[in-house]
Ligand binder design. Structure first.
Ligand SMILES: [Zn+2]
Length: 459
């Protein structure tokens, strides 16, 4: 029996935000986990007279779910952690202290489970239906991905998931020593997950091999990552050029894109997060290898890392998407708006990044980056039924000619009223149907206490 969502302003985003069909009084029909029709309400009611349930979306927007291409959900345990931030004078300090010592190196499977459940729930509630998640935590092995997998299953979000392969030894400076045995543990974690959740499967949860960076792995490890990605078709997620270029050039005589191209890592199946400190030559390397960029403007701002050259990337035809690191709110509207505004301010040019370009970064571009363009990112018959019903709390009419601007100007995650993933209603009228929200939040607070205490904070 088909599900019918009727009487809404249907925004298809097919083939993209600029050219997508917008249908006032529109409807979407879903059968099982698949969209089967998109059109006028009267037309679809005639096609599916026995549809059940029928959801009236009168006065609301019907649209595809948003897609985030880079994050670390366990980082929510570090939100507002009262540590001495005056110690952090550079991104290098932030990475070593905040990223590694205070978070990743003391992460447990229990912490991963609790934080991932909370983050996935909050993302879904604000409209993110697919996330590409990179789990970190050298002391949470083996089992880190099982904890994440269970949390993602409980909540019902769609995800690609991998563990971060790194030769970094907890507590030892990467400038002193790296250890390939550390990377092997990471590979094992990824491989056992990929055996359960194949990358090319039709499942809601799939593997994507995780690699930390070019500067925390040897050429041998980088080459191995590429051979696994080729053999399993799982693609790679990796951080690229998030630290100052000079650091890498000093250590290796080359930038991260140069090292990665040399080792054969780059390709159209790579999602590269950050990509900030790039020369023209670095940018050209990423372009000619068809690498997908996961732009993370809020994290980059926090770390004082500078601003990625996104308008130039887009002008060069590169595929740019939007990620976050779960350092802040999980509400996609904040990341979308920040990306929409940042490049205008940075380049003193209000014409940069119009709403449609910002929206493509969290819809079609993101689906393409994850190798899922045939499954998600638009309301198209045959694609997965990942659908949002949005109730715009707006002081002006939301009509076809204004709806794209609505997303960058006034949209907030709380406007998402109902979220459907794979044809299943996971949030209805603002409430989760899959988990007990208060219990999820309380369990997360409990694990945050455990982590904070390890950092000497009495709580
Ligand atoms: Zn990251």
């Amino acid at each position: 029996m088909a599900m019918l969502i009727t009487n809404g302003l249907v925004v298809t985003f097919e083939p993209d935000a600029l050219h997508g069909r917008i249908i006032p009084g529109g409807a979407v029909a879903v059968d099982g986990g698949t969209i089967v029709a998109v059109g006028e309400t009267r037309e679809l009611q005639a096609l599916y007279p026995h549809a059940n349930p029928v959801i009236d979306a009168g006065g609301k927007i019907i649209m595809p779910g948003f897609i985030v291409t880079h994050t670390h959900m366990p980082y929510v345990l570090g939100h507002n952690m009262p540590v001495d931030f005056t110690q952090l004078k550079s991104f290098w300090d932030m990475l070593q202290k905040m990223g590694w010592e205070w978070l990743e190196d003391i992460t447990t499977p229990e912490g991963i489970y609790a934080a991932t459940r909370y983050a996935a729930m909050k993302m879904l509630k604000s409209g993110t239906t697919t996330v590409c998640e990179l789990v970190e935590g050298p002391h949470a092995l083996p089992g880190a991905l099982s904890a994440s997998e269970k949390a993602i299953d409980d909540v019902g979000i769609r995800a690609q998931l991998g563990f971060e392969v790194t030769e970094r030894i907890p507590g030892v400076s990467i400038l002193d020593r790296l250890d390939r045995a550390m990377a092997e543990k990471g590979f094992e974690e990824n491989l056992s997950f990929l055996a359960r959740r194949p990358a090319r499967g039709q499942g809601r949860l799939q593997g994507r091999l995780g690699v930390h960076t070019a500067f925390t792995n040897s050429p041998e490890t980088l080459k191995k990552a590429r051979s696994i990605a080729d053999r399993l078709g799982c693609g790679i997620q990796i951080h690229v050029a998030e630290i100052p270029r000079a650091f890498l050039v000093q250590k290796y005589g080359k930038s991260a894109p140069m090292v990665l191209e040399e080792q054969g890592v780059l390709g159209p199946d790579v999602v590269a997060a950050h990509c900030i400190d790039l020369t023209d030559e670095d940018l050209e390397i990423l372009r000619r290898n068809s690498v997908n960029v996961a732009h993370t403007p809020m994290t980059n701002s926090l770390g004082g890392n500078g601003v990625a050259r996104v308008p130039e990337m887009l002008a060069a035809g590169m595929n740019v998407t939007l990620g976050h690191d779960c350092f802040f709110t999980l509400d996609i509207s904040e990341y979308l708006r920040y990306a929409f505004l940042l490049h205008k301010a940075h380049s003193a040019n209000p014409a940069l990044l119009p709403p449609f370009q910002a929206l493509d970064m969290v819809l079609g571009n993101a689906a393409r980056a994850l190798g899922m363009a045939d499954r998600i990112g638009s309301l198209t018959p045959g694609k997965c039924a990942d659908i949002l019903i949005v109730n715009p709390d707006c002081p002006v009419p939301v009509v076809p000619s204004s709806v794209l601007s609505y997303y960058t100007s006034t949209f907030q995650g709380r406007h998402v009223e109902t979220a459907i993933v794979d044809g299943k209603i996971v949030m209805k009228n603002g409430s989760m149907t899959t988990v007990n929200e208060e219990e999820v939040r309380r369990a997360c607070i409990q694990e945050a206490r455990v982590l904070w205490r390890k950092n000497g904070i009495s709580v």
